[in-house]
Design a protein around this ligand. Structure first.
Ligand SMILES: Cc1ncc(COP(=O)(O)O)c(C=O)c1O
Length: 396
């Protein structure tokens, strides 16, 4: 035994955080957070906060109000529901995967009559099924349709414009609530053009911030619903936040330094240009899927047109533990991959390719996965890294 063989693993450099959020935080965003905290009731903060709320609007594709809560995405889910519903209201939720199911459970816990349109966790939300259920609801009991834009547990992205079209074709007045927690800032999104009534978002994925901010963007119909909605609410009350865009004042202490970080992240996104950001994510997703195919493994989402640009969930061969593989990846290569959630536990691993991410980071990620597969005894059919490099070398 020599000294090297006995050495404890030590990993110079950064850990590759390739879970599908929280994503890697850019150095400029980290530096912005390291500024001294300032008085959130002072003039300097008010001026800063006003511009921030305005500059968020293009990211959501809206001209309407946006509120920011010091919360995780779950808080933003709850905020959306408590502002537009009353106890006992019916809401229709599309079961795209783990996160849609968690949102459904949250709605039940709030006292809503939440209905889950069943799905097999390998596809996007089905606009036809949503339309059919709404047509059955002749007396318009359903108050809202809730859809997760990018289902982070499965890597399926739903067509929100098609869901809106299905609601309209059914002649149903239900509000459309969309969770963009893992799509906003990574995948093209247009709240106003797509007729979304409430958009729910979080800070820790495409916006490239650490976790801690939750967002609701809402349009006139949702605002009107909030005026008569009777669900108890206080911390998440939109009304209390209404003055913020005008005064830069929040009803309670905002997460000041996360807002500094948000400013830096918005500047980075504006510098790159949103179309370029979306294109970069699409290209990395394409290269990742080419790698998975070359390895001879299966992408969990079976609908090619809905495969996510944010993450790729990879199905492990029968009898091979995805969690054992993920543990090896951390211990040998200092890279975190996403786990399989609830019914996908131990069956899939998820590669996050979102946020502050470039070609070289992707190749390092895929190289790590390929080495890990070999070390774990899952012999790749061919080189996924080469397949991905071919995609990346082909065009920008
Ligand atoms: C699509 C989606 N919705 C909701 C959530 C829950 O957000 P949070 O964990 O920030 O509360 C997540 C978290 O990953 C998510 O990916």
């Amino acid at each position: 035994m020599n000294a090297i063989a006995n050495a404890k693993p030590y990993f110079p450099g950064w850990q590759l955080l390739q879970i599908p959020g929280p994503s890697n935080v850019p150095a400029k965003v980290l530096a912005a957070m390291a500024q001294p905290t300032i008085d959130h009731r002072g003039e300097a903060f008010a001026a800063f906060a006003k511009t921030l709320l305005d500059d968020l609007k293009p990211i959501f594709g809206t001209k309407d109000d946006i509120v920011i809560f010091p919360s995780s995405g779950t808080g933003a889910w709850e905020a959306a529901l408590v502002n537009v519903t009353s106890p006992g209201d019916t809401v229709l939720m599309a079961e795209t995967g783990h996160f849609a199911t968690l949102w459904f459970k949250l709605a039940r816990q709030l006292g809503l009559n939440a209905e889950l349109l069943p799905g097999d966790w390998r596809k996007a939300a089905d606009p036809q099924a949503i339309g059919a259920r709404l047509r059955e609801d002749k007396v318009h009991t359903i108050k809202a349709v809730c859809v997760v834009h990018n289902e982070t547990s499965t890597g399926a992205t739903s067509d929100i414009a098609a869901v809106r079209a299905a609601i309209d074709a059914a002649g149903h007045p239900a509000l459309l609530l969309v969770d963009t927690i893992s799509s906003l800032g990574s995948v093209d999104y247009h709240q106003d053009d797509w007729g979304v009534d409430v958009t729910i978002a979080g800070s820790q994925k495409g916006l490239m911030l650490p976790p801690g901010l939750g967002f609701n963007a809402y349009r006139a119909k949702a605002k009107a619903a909030a005026e008569t909605a009777r669900m108890p609410r206080s911390y998440f009350d939109w009304e209390a936040m209404r003055a913020a865009p005008l005064t830069g004042q929040f009803p309670y202490t905002p997460a000041t330094n996360l807002l500094f970080a948000l400013r830096a992240a918005l500047d980075l996104l504006a510098q790159e240009g949103m179309d370029n950001v979306f294109h970069r994510h699409a290209r990395h997703a394409r290269a990742t899927r080419a790698a998975v195919e070359a390895w001879g493994l299966e992408v969990l989402c079976v609908e090619p047109e809905h495969q996510s640009n944010v993450l790729t969930a990879v199905v492990m061969p029968e009898g091979v533990s995805a969690d054992g593989f993920r543990a090896l990846m951390v211990n040998r290569f200092n890279m975190s991959l996403g786990n399989g959630l609830s019914k996908l536990k131990d069956r899939v691993f998820r590669i996050g390719h979102l946020g502050d991410f470039n070609d070289m980071m992707l190749i390092a990620t895929l190289g790590g996965v390929q080495m890990g597969l070999i070390a774990y005894g899952v012999k790749p059919q061919t080189s996924g890294v080469e397949a991905a490099m071919a995609v990346l070398a082909e065009a920008l």
